[in-house]
Write a protein that binds this ligand. Structure first.
Ligand SMILES: *Cc1c(COP(=O)(O)O)cnc(C)c1O
Length: 375
């Protein structure tokens, strides 16, 4: 089976990790600090807090911005459940902003309209979490202007978009957000096994996130020397030095990972029948990292038939994503379907795109697709 995505691990990764295994530090130590510095430098951002998953990073980000009971957080339904769960973990409520039906990205128009209504009803969200679906940045300039207008915080869920560019800069520089989060799960752009990071230019958010990552404990300046003090209720969300070592080794290849993914995307665009397999809209403001390569087909019956056909032909295409509000847990809360999110979900399917996909495999996928006879 050709998967839709998978990690690339080479001998250097393995050797570096083995070296760390022979060192004094297995849990959070010098490699985590080194990894945080490397990521901040790559993204041109002031601070990085490395953690054990992006789910944890999103939770810490919400906590750092003071999300609590009674607050409202808005995100995109075309995402992984973690984008919304982080608000619930803070006892806040979640609501969803519809996407653009051609790109799957949070629609600025839908956001603008929803904000105007929320303002009139005195029920504005505290935080908006736009999701850089498939590796393409949302229109952060527009989203951050709206957020400023209504005094709302912005967390970028950039789990797909490490290596992507937005308005000439790397996604992650937090020019248009308070905090930006990446994931290092194996299907993402680089991996640490499990892992994530929260980036920010704000000293206070950074300090809060680092403290809450490790039980809310800080080293005491008081005597006796063994003292440590817990001032807040934190978590154990630490990244291990083993994971950070893998991340450091992977980060060296990030540019080649992105280049290969962009090449695959171009091949799909050039060689697939674009009427039957419509590539999602790529905005002019940036360059996607192509974590995913979703195409849109005419209707849900065609998508179903195509999914089965591809799997029969050894191609494990996947669907990203079932709108979060359709999850039984969210349905219970009474969320209603959003028209463009429904439309997008019905028609989308993600094709294989990853560094180790060979040219032969790519040609095979293209041929199999173009031979598809329909529903
Ligand atoms: C993968 C992913 C997450 C969660 O990342 P983990 O590191 O697995 O916790 C959150 N949001 C999006 C959009 C993702 O793709």
């Amino acid at each position: 089976m050709i998967p839709y995505g998978r990690q690339n691990i080479i001998e250097e990764d393995i050797n570096d990790v083995c070296e760390t295994l022979r060192s004094d530090f297995l849990t959070q130590g010098p490699k985590v600090v080194e990894f945080e510095q490397a990521i901040s430098e790559y993204c041109q951002v002031k601070h990085a807090t490395a953690v054990n998953s992006a789910t944890s990073a999103l939770h810490l980000a919400c906590l750092a911005l003071g999300v609590e009971s009674g607050d409202l957080v808005w995100t995109s339904p075309i995402s992984f459940v973690a984008s919304a769960n982080c608000a619930l973990h803070c006892n806040a409520s979640v609501d969803f902003v519809d996407v653009d039906a051609d790109s799957g990205l949070m629609s600025v128009k839908a956001l603008e309209e929803k904000l105007a209504i929320a303002f009139a009803n005195d029920r504005l969200p505290k935080v908006i979490i736009p999701v850089h679906f498939s590796g393409q940045s949302c229109d952060m300039h527009a989203i951050s202007s709206l957020a400023k207008k209504y005094k709302i915080f912005v967390i970028e869920d950039a789990c797909h978009a490490l290596g992507a560019v937005y308005l000439e800069n790397k996604v992650g520089n937090c020019q248009y957000s308070d905090i930006c989060v990446f994931s290092f799960h194996p299907v993402k752009m680089i991996t640490t096994g499990e892992g994530g990071v929260a980036l920010t230019n704000n000293n206070i958010y950074y300090e809060k996130m680092t403290k809450l990552r490790s039980h809310g404990i800080s080293k005491s300046v008081h005597f006796p020397p063994w003292t440590y003090e817990q001032h807040h209720l934190g978590y154990n969300y630490r990244m291990s030095d083993i994971a950070a070592t893998l991340g450091l080794s992977q980060l060296k290849r990030l540019e080649s990972f992105v280049t290969k993914r962009r090449y695959i995307a171009t091949q799909y665009k050039e060689k697939l029948n674009n009427f039957r397999f419509k590539p999602i809209l790529q905005c002019k403001q940036g360059e996607s990292s192509f974590h995913l390569y979703p195409v849109l087909v005419t209707d849900s019956d065609t998508r179903r038939a195509l999914y089965d056909y591809l799997h029969l032909n050894g191609i494990a295409a996947q669907v990203h994503y079932i709108p979060i509000y359709q999850q039984p847990y969210y349905k219970k809360m009474g969320h209603l379907p959003l028209p463009n999110s429904e439309k997008f979900y019905q028609r989308t399917i993600s094709l294989p795109i990853f560094f180790d996909l060979t040219f032969n495999e790519l040609d095979l996928v293209i041929k199999v697709l173009n031979d598809f006879e329909g529903a």
